[in-house]
Write a protein that binds this ligand. Structure first.
Ligand code: CO
Length: 212
């Protein structure tokens, strides 16, 4: 059964802390001094795709940003601040956009706007745009395949949106990193597949190019 009270979560936290300290008495002391993760993870808020768990990573290994349907929006200062900090200060080597099959955000974007989700509707508008961009390819697919393909196209689009930012292009020009990956996670088997990878040699459409 799932934990259903915050009190239980706090008890679990105490048990976890004790367990980790028992295995490695210096674990928290070492981690407390600084963080130097090699990865920035941009994932979906979905509770079934926890970044560290699905790649068996430890605290300190991955800098994480998650939102509904793992989107990178050019006016979202939350996500962009995370990206800038990860590149400028943490100097991560890789940015991973990890979406997942069965994504509720992408499914919702294929439907009409709901009156009880006035804000969320706006967040999902960008996915409707991706659908419209690829309508010819998507419309011939059966419903399940259509959703799966839009989920993949959404991930690929977010990787490009990262590449379109001045933050990433400037880092590519001056330091040849990070590499940006698009991954999709399967809820049914727990496996990740790479869909796309962009680095400092990847061509960027002229209208998105940043010159400094
Ligand atoms: Co999702």
């Amino acid at each position: 059964m799932y934990t259903d009270t915050p009190e239980k979560l706090l008890l679990e936290n105490k048990a976890w802390s004790q367990e980790v300290s028992a295995k490695d008495p210096d674990f928290f002391k070492n981690l407390a001094t600084d963080q130097c993760p090699n990865f920035l993870w941009i994932g979906c808020s979905d509770s079934r795709v926890p970044a560290e768990t699905v790649v068996n990573a430890q605290p300190g290994e991955i800098f994480v940003h998650r939102n509904i349907a793992n989107q990178v929006i050019a006016t979202d200062f939350n996500c962009l601040s995370v990206v800038q900090y990860a590149i400028a200060v943490l100097q991560v080597k890789h940015i991973i956009v990890c979406g997942h099959y069965g994504c509720g955000g992408v499914k919702a974007a294929l439907q009409q706007q709901k009156s009880n989700l006035l804000i969320t509707n706006k967040w999902l508008m960008h996915i409707k745009d991706i659908y419209r961009l690829h309508q010819d390819e998507l419309e011939v697919l059966e419903s399940e395949e259509k959703i799966d393909r839009l989920i993949e196209l959404n991930i690929i689009e977010q990787v490009y949106r990262l590449a379109y930012t001045s933050i990433v292009q400037s880092a590519w020009k001056h330091g040849h990193k990070p590499t940006v990956h698009g991954w999709v996670y399967g809820l049914e088997n727990g496996l990740i597949k790479e869909l796309i990878k962009l680095d400092h040699n990847s061509p960027i459409h002229k209208i998105y190019q940043y010159t400094d």
